[in-house]
Design a protein around this ligand. Sequence first.
Ligand code: DWN
Ligand code: SAH
Length: 405
Amino acid sequence: MNCRSCSRPIEPFMSFGRMPIANGFLLPEEFSQEYFFDLMPSFCTHCGMFQIIEQPDPGMMFHGHYAFFSQTSTGMCLHFQSLAESVIADCLTINDPFVVEIGSNDGILLRHFAKSGFRHLGVEPSANVAQVATSNGVNTISCFFNTATAEKIRNENGEADVILAANVMCHIPTIHDVISGIRLLLKPEGRFLFEDPYLGNMIEKTAYDQIYDEHVFIFSVGAVVNLFQQYDLEVIDVLPQPTHGGSMRYTIARRGFHRTTDRVEKQLQKERAIGLHKPETFLRFKENCEQSKKELMKTLQHLLSEKQTVAGYGATSKSTTIINYCGITPDHLVYISDTTPTKQGKYSPGAHIPILPYTRFSEKHPHVALLFAWNHAEEIMAKENRFRQSGGRWLLYVPEVTILS
Ligand code: DWN
Ligand code: SAH
């Protein structure tokens, strides 16, 4: 296997074992045909790109019944409102600008541009979530973004002033085709802003649940600089974000068109200081994952032996890695509650734990709730304060296995 960024040979440094499609919630009649692949992370010692070796075909993950709808979190709605406001103020001051978003999902970000009357277009292959955006007045085409899509958009609308992408660049294995497309579509002085979960945070918190089929890459600033410089594009700014457990926002532009902030070099220095370029860092991460798994299973076994009811909270994509790597079964978790109607009534990928509406959780609290949506902890704990007041306990596993009473 060769690195998807620099083409040098790469090897896995660990295996999480056989994994199902992370968002592949399913019905009992589908259990026997469930698809599995080997989830093996790898780190390219040449260019620093963290990636998984094998990824299922994109069409198996992103299709007409994709299970993740971005607007299920109020915190994320506020985050994208604030991103839209800063893009409008900083990048769209010229006459009749054009904004393109890659992976626009249900329109959580683009709706702010639509509402303010800006020319905009979302590119979203998962037709069901794209349909939600369209029905809310967000211009969306349902296809994968690549060079051919970029050419078509440019021919029909002209070049883009800004291209946006949140939590999607890390999903796309054919990254060179995507960057060629961005270069083709962007005005010479245009900017490409994207954000994704940050490798530094994942390593620091042992948040290994960021590793699943959709996340073919987990980026660091060093790896992103190396990737884009192959296209004479440079990282002109980086800005850490609290979203999804710790993300990084990157601003990319054609070399020489914009000033680069000091933050880029500072973050590169920080990455060197924490050893993000060293294989030893990933071997330590592997040991931390194994330790975290042991502690989580010890805690769940103990709760089971004490006859405590444990339910999962949030049927996240991330939970698929935790559940299947740790060996969590319906004996440990009676159900997982989730607010997404299309996940409810189905079963979790691999372990087949029932997904129930969150009303089930509030009507009859379990003794303990395993918080799979830990990245939304603040929002969820505020909303569910009755759970704790009535003696319920949250079980967390990031950054370490802890029970909050
Ligand atoms: O990168 C990705 C990010 C943006 O979203 C995608 N590959 C897929 C997805 O990842 P995820 O499923 O891990 O995302 P979340 O945002 O952690 O998922 C939250 C889940 O929890 C949703 O199914 C909704 C649910 N939820 C809930 O039941 N109650 C969420 C909140 C905030 C709640 O209060
Ligand atoms: N931007 C949203 C959605 C992230 S989930 C947010 O931050 O909440 C990832 C999204 O990217 C999915 O909706 C998926 O269908 C889409 N996607 C995956 N591959 C893509 C590609 N090649 N081009 C455009 N979108 C893609």
